[in-house]
Design a protein around this ligand. Structure first.
Ligand code: CUK
Ligand code: CUA
Ligand code: CA
Length: 663
């Protein structure tokens, strides 16, 4: 199964008529609705049949024979060379989205070790995210004090750029469920801001710009672009549910520092994934629903959809000139990027490049020249030349399709493309369960008419059904072409069985040589979608908090006290192993109590916890950190506040007695 010569697959294919049919080249052109639905099925079946085949031939993938698997892997790829021995550190960070867990995650690579979870849109009882006042202010609360939401769906994590590479300042991720953009500050690797996107449903793709398109002196990220996948009536307030003309999507631009929404751009069709050019001038998004369909059959009706390109400088000029409208109660300026309003390329805000049926994924090549848009329902990837896009915007081309310089056939279900910096692209093939390596220049030569050249250089099986694929430093000018990670949607038999809910997988591939080599299976919690692989020296975290960053910090154990103003009570508290600054405190039933807790320990990693039984309160404070929590003391009695985080030989004794006097 790990061989990359395609032999296993050939055998499998001839044993399964359905799959043979799928592989028939005559069917690899374009897929109809019916073909896609059945293909999705056989795609899964392909994974299963190839496993069965392996098991029968004694290569052993099922539980109980894992020893044989590792033997095979070891002999084939010398697995050990990528191991990180005890005491040594990984070479890369991998910042992963967490899908419908609503969080983000940090892994070390090549080890695949999970080293941190970053709660964002979820409530997390380990850290107290969603419980402390500080985190609740970031998530947002309703007038009644309840959290605005406790669910999210993060798909994409991207970092801030300076000079075309990561600067280690911020990460951003999307919430597809509730249309929110979150920022993570990288010094502490915690979420520090969340912005609601108005007029948006199905907030999917994000990408930061890599420099300013207007001011050439600004060489770092200033904007985040956000794609809207689901079109809705605008405004979406109970009007016009059945008027298709009132349904549309907008691209949203958010300011990287203030996190305020700068502007939106109304478009035809929908948006999905987002790519930005290295010079900051262009934003691209694949559009699979140019039909404005409301059922999947309707969304698959046209043979061609589009990749829409936005001229950022022109949009900003239109906003500055006041050429915008607003939607409903939102005050965000919206410019019109529809085809009807942009008939003259020389003034157009948008360029709709036709690409085959229902594309998925758009990625910027590191040579700064191309956007590559994957076919999904077409076995092709479309290479769009950004210099030609600018020519189109200058009125120098006949039509937007003239910006396409290659469209190689690469395999079934292409979704996302990554790069190695040596002119090669690596595209995930969802239906084929493969990664295909192809050469961009060769694809361009083939497109120009050179029939001899085959752009496809290599294929490797992954297990199974890959979504995103990405390479080490792959979305920067500093990409090193070492590792490719395939984020696989199905794992079936690859891990010990744990019941019906399976883990997902980040499967690691060595791409440094001519042939791809599968080097590790890393299980991941559902659902990873996408990640970036960042060289470790780009990330400079602070390992202890700054005592002064919280205005309410209790800076000395002697300052611990209970303050009362009517029914409002504030408990000023410190923690220092192995004791809280107050061994007991008394409040009255009915009080509104705020506990402000500062951890006075200065030693790295000396975190304390704070939990109150029956009051549903639990959070941690890191060294020199302050957090607060507010609750109603509605239950009289004695409650042992205790430290939840093992901190000292007397950790179990680290308690404070909260006495709630009966009203
Ligand atoms: S999407 Cu998940 S595989 Cu949300 Cu980036 Cu393509
Ligand atoms: Cu403090 Cu355990
Ligand atoms: Ca479509």
């Amino acid at each position: 199964m790990i061989s990359n010569d395609g032999k296993d697959r050939e055998i499998t294919e001839t044993q399964d008529t359905e799959i043979t049919e799928v592989r028939d080249t005559s069917r690899r052109k374009f897929l109809s609705t019916a073909a896609f639905v059945s293909l999705a099925g056989t795609g899964l079946a392909m994974g299963l049949t190839s496993c069965k085949k392996e098991a029968e031939s004694g290569a052993a993938v099922s539980a109980g024979k894992s020893g044989e698997v590792s033997t095979k892997v070891a002999s084939a790829v010398t697995y050990g060379e990528f191991e990180v021995p005890p005491g040594q550190l990984d070479e890369y960070y991998m910042f992963n989205s967490g899908g419908h867990s609503g969080e983000a995650r940090v892994y070390g690579l090549p080890s695949g070790r999970l080293i941190k979870r970053i709660p964002i849109f979820n409530r997390d009882c380990e850290s107290g995210w969603g419980i402390t006042n500080e985190s609740r202010a970031i998530i947002g609360t309703n007038p009644d004090g309840s959290l605005k939401s406790t669910t999210g769906d993060t798909h994409h994590v991207h970092g801030s750029y300076t000079d075309g590479t990561y600067d280690g300042k911020y990460l951003w991720t999307n919430d597809k469920i509730n249309s929110r953009l979150a920022r993570i500050r990288m010094d502490y690797l915690v979420c520090d801001k969340i912005t609601d996107l108005p007029n948006v449903q199905g907030f999917h793709g994000i990408f930061p710009d890599k420099r300013d398109p207007v001011d050439p002196k600004i060489n770092h990220t200033t904007r985040i672009f956000c794609g809207m996948e689901f079109h809705t009536p605008q405004p979406n307030d109970g009007r016009n549910e059945n008027d298709p003309k009132k349904y549309y999507c907008v691209l949203t631009c958010v300011d990287a520092e203030s996190m305020n929404v700068r502007w939106q751009c109304k478009i035809d069709g929908n948006l999905d994934l987002i790519a930005t050019s290295y010079d900051g001038t262009l934003v691209g998004s694949n559009q699979y629903n140019t039909e404005n369909g409301v059922t999947y059959e309707q969304m698959m009706a046209s043979e061609m959809d589009a990749c829409v390109l936005f001229n950022v400088a022109r949009i900003e000029a239109a906003v500055s000139a006041g050429k915008y409208f607003t939607i409903g109660e939102s005050k965000v300026p919206v410019v019109d990027g529809t085809k009807d309003a942009n008939k003259n390329p020389k003034t157009s805000l948008t360029c709709y490049v036709p690409v085959p049926k229902n594309p998925h994924g758009v990625n910027a090549s590191p040579d700064e020249k191309y956007f590559i848009c994957s076919g999904k329902l077409s076995p092709t990837a479309t290479v769009i030349d950004l210099a030609l896009v600018h020519k189109w915007f200058n009125g120098e081309l006949k039509g937007p399709r003239d910006t396409v310089v290659a469209e190689p056939e690469i395999g079934l279900g292409p979704l996302h493309t990554a790069f190695d910096g040596r002119g090669n692209a690596y595209t995930t093939l969802f239906l084929d369960s493969q990664i295909v390596k192809w050469n961009v220049d060769k694809a361009i030569a083939q497109f120009k008419g050179d029939k001899q050249v085959d752009p496809v250089l290599d294929r490797i099986d992954v297990h199974y059904q890959p979504g995103h694929g990405f390479t080490s430093m792959g979305e920067t000018k500093e990409l090193d072409g070492k590792f490719f990670i395939s984020d696989n949607k199905f794992t079936k038999d690859r891990f010990l069985p744990v019941g019906p809910r399976h883990p997902d997988q980040d499967q690691m591939i060595d791409i440094s040589g001519d042939k791809m080599r599968l080097i590790a299976d890393h299980s991941v919690d559902p659902e990873p979608h996408d990640a970036i692989i960042v060289k470790r020296d780009k990330v400079r975290t602070r390992q202890v908090n700054d005592l002064n960053e919280h205005p309410l910090a209790v800076k000395d154990a002697k300052d611990c006290r209970v303050e009362r103003k009517g029914k409002k009570v504030t408990v000023h508290l410190t923690s220092q192993a192995p004791a809280f600054g107050l061994r007991e405190f008394t409040i009255k039933q009915g009080d509104e109590v705020t506990v402000i807790l500062t951890n006075l320990d200065k030693v790295e990693d000396l975190t304390h916890g704070f939990a109150i039984p029956k009051y549903d309160i639990n959070f941690v404070v890191n060294p020199q950190q302050t957090k607060s929590v507010t609750f109603k003391a509605d239950k009289a009695g004695v409650y042992w506040v205790y430290c939840t985080n093992f901190c000292h030989a007397l950790h179990l004794e680290m308690r404070s007695r909260m006495i709630v006097e009966k009203a």
